[in-house]
Ligand binder design. Structure first.
Ligand code: AMP
Ligand code: ZN
Length: 467
């Protein structure tokens, strides 16, 4: 049994079979770089980052392409407002994107192409479409003729007749059919432009993704992803132009993330109901944000609210408190033989990995995967104590970290944070208790409390947490 993926194209879960054994080619639509990314965009990027890392965890080599849309109407408008060039605007917000992405632990893509750097490839692609009779030029604007592509509508499961009935051609547009879309736009005053066979102009939006996916990954790719707002028209148009040109299927699996909502409404720049990732990062640890996002399955809408982030924060703290206890036990653990029950636990730890894989193989169910790690943490915390053999404590800790890794969670060491002074106080109290010097033990406990450390005496030994 391998990985199963919900494919938007077939509206069903399918077994993942890569084009090349052991390799995954993945294209994810990136941001339009006219502003900071909001935390809704971040949900989509975190989801695909996790999917990519899970493939790597399962031993695949992943070729991952994510673009920057650095030329479109919004870019031009914003650059004019700010009195800078479109190029300067793009440079600035690509830099800002990487700051947020790095903070969130998003692994860099294999290539992050920019639309404006691939104008020649875009022109060649459009020329191919024109030669094959799929594109027409009207006074320097080139359109894709959707009526020529018989499968138009197959991704979003719509019939072209219904789509056309619901659409109309704007009075300023010259295209032949309502669903036709611009591949190339003739230059208007005040806009940047590039020389082309159709005159000076710039690419339409959809074309860049087809060109980049083809250039870096090939005419047929394994996975194409993005937020579900992109299914129509963006991805529908990508399918049309790519398959019209190559005559081959474009992407074998189409994956779409559900929205991050605010009050059950999609978070978006146009509705002005967004928080930038930057502002959320100022209030919350990036790992709390990731934990919050991955606590839901990527195809389930997720509501964003400060309360829910607070809940995520306490949830993550519970994991780290347990990890800390294990780190503490490990420091004092001795090399010795395991008892039968300890050996049972030693073997049982691996079964959590099986369950983790089962959850993640099932269309990347991070919510279930996190519950499995939680069960593992609970199991080892109840069953390990200061007498447990070192190999066992070591194995438990390593397994928790290994399972957290593809999610980019639980990798921090809590030990480093506890400074020597606190450590010494904890030991001093232990000594006092051994000597039944309760007054001193209580005094040390209060001293620790003043430093924000709370101790709990449990049958498994002393545990502590930050308060
Ligand atoms: P944009 O910069 O608007 O093109 O968006 C970049 C990526 O973020 C695309 O894949 C979008 O589908 C995705 N996206 C935008 N808004 C949301 C949202 N509220 N929740 C999840 N993903 C989103
Ligand atoms: Zn795209």
């Amino acid at each position: 049994m391998g990985i199963k993926i919900y494919n938007t194209m077939t509206r069903s879960k399918e077994e993942f079979v890569p084009l090349k054994p052991g390799e995954v080619s993945m294209y994810v639509c990136g941001p339009t770089v006219y502003n900071y990314i909001h935390i809704g965009n971040a949900r989509t990027f975190i989801s695909f980052d996790t999917i990519r890392k899970y493939f790597e965890y399962r031993g695949y080599k992943v070729n991952y392409i994510q673009n920057f849309t650095d030329i479109d109407d919004k870019m031009i408008k914003r650059a004019n407002e700010d009195g800078i060039s479109v190029k300067e605007l793009g440079d600035k917000f690509i830099g800002e994107y990487f700051k947020d992405a790095d903070a969130l632990g998003l692994k860099r893509a294999t290539v992050h192409p920019r639309a404006t750097e691939l104008i020649d490839d875009i022109i060649d692609f459009i020329k191919d479409l024109e030669n094959k009779g799929y594109a027409y030029n009207i006074n320097g604007d080139v359109y894709f003729d959707t009526t020529k592509f018989k499968d138009y509508g197959k991704l979003s499961n719509q019939r072209i007749d219904d789509l056309e009935a619901g659409a109309r051609i704007d009075i300023n547009e010259t295209k032949h059919n309502p669903m036709d879309f611009a591949l190339w736009k003739g230059q208007k005053p005040g806009e940047p432009g590039w020389e082309s066979p159709w005159g000076v102009g710039r690419p339409g939006w959809h074309i860049e993704c087809s060109v980049m996916a083809t250039k870096f990954l090939g005419e047929t790719i394994d996975i194409h992803g993005g937020g579900s707002d992109l299914i129509f028209p963006h991805h529908e148009n990508e399918v049309a132009q790519s398959e019209a040109r190559s005559g081959k299927p474009f992407a074998r699996y189409w994956m779409h993330t559900a929205f991050l909502n605010i009050n059950n409404q999609k978070m978006s720049k146009s509705l002005n109901n967004f928080f930038t990732t930057r502002e959320v990062l100022q209030k919350y640890d990036p790992e709390v944000i990731r934990f919050f996002m991955l606590s839901g399955h990527y195809r389930t809408p997720l509501n964003f609210s400060p309360d829910l982030l607070e809940q995520a924060k306490s949830g993550l703290e519970r994991f780290y408190n347990s990890i800390h206890n294990l780190e503490y036990l490990l420091k004092g653990a001795k090399d010795k033989d395991m008892s039968d029950t300890e050996r049972e636990l030693y073997d049982r730890i691996d079964t959590y990995e099986d369950k983790f894989i089962e959850a993640m193989d099932d269309d990347f169910n991070t919510a279930d995967a996190i519950s499995v790690i939680f069960d593992l943490v609970k199991d080892v915390n109840t069953n390990l104590n200061a007498d447990s053999p070192k190999v066992l404590v070591q194995k438990a800790l390593k397994k928790i970290r290994d399972l957290g890794k593809p999610l980019t969670l639980l990798q921090k060491s809590t030990m480093g944070k506890l400074d020597d002074e606190v450590q010494k106080l904890i030991e001093k109290r232990q000594e006092a208790r051994k000597e039944k010097n309760w007054a001193l033990a209580d005094k040390v406990r209060d001293e620790l409390k003043a430093k924000g450390i709370e101790l709990q005496d449990t049958p498994q030994g002393v545990k502590w947490r930050k308060i």
